[in-house]
Design a binder for this molecule. Structure first.
Ligand code: RB5
Length: 139
């Protein structure tokens, strides 16, 4: 049985939050960026989604300034369900209802504590399946 791997990536606007989150979640695999020097968010979205698609159990976290660019880029890939959230209630629902495999955070519009709660909730919550499974199959 394959093991679940957790990945995280950000652009420069998400670098600070990513660094803080990694201190709390040291088992998460960091795919960069590694400085606050300007980079292009699609490069990091694609790097992360490539890893997620290698194994159905894998999940990821993407961070850019608003979270919108990362969401758009990640959701272009078949098999990726990326949800942009700014609170832990939504983080729970994107797992329960949408079976999201990527959590997207808005680095410039969320505080560190709320972001930590989002990650913890996202990683702990299971997909509810049932009626939600049928809906996902229609995407
Ligand atoms: C970078 O300045 C910013 O545009 C990016 O982080 C993101 O918010 C794009 O959607």
């Amino acid at each position: 049985m394959q093991k679940k791997n957790i990945f995280i990536a950000s652009d420069h606007a998400g670098f600070d939050l990513k660094t803080k989150l990694l201190k709390n979640f040291p088992k998460i695999n960091d795919l960069g960026t590694n400085t606050d020097e300007s980079v292009d968010y699609p490069d990091f979205a694609h790097k992360l989604t490539k890893e997620i698609l290698k194994n159905k159990k894998n999940v990821g976290i993407l961070i850019c300034g608003t979270g919108v660019g990362m969401s758009i880029a990640a959701n272009r890939k078949k098999g990726i369900r990326a949800g942009l959230v700014n609170n832990s209630k939504t983080a729970r629902l994107i797992r329960k209802h949408n079976d999201a495999n990527v959590l997207v955070l808005p680095g410039r519009f969320i505080n560190t504590n709320e972001a930590k709660k989002c990650v913890q909730t996202f990683l702990r919550t299971k997909f509810e399946s049932g009626r939600h499974k049928k809906r996902i199959s229609k995407i």
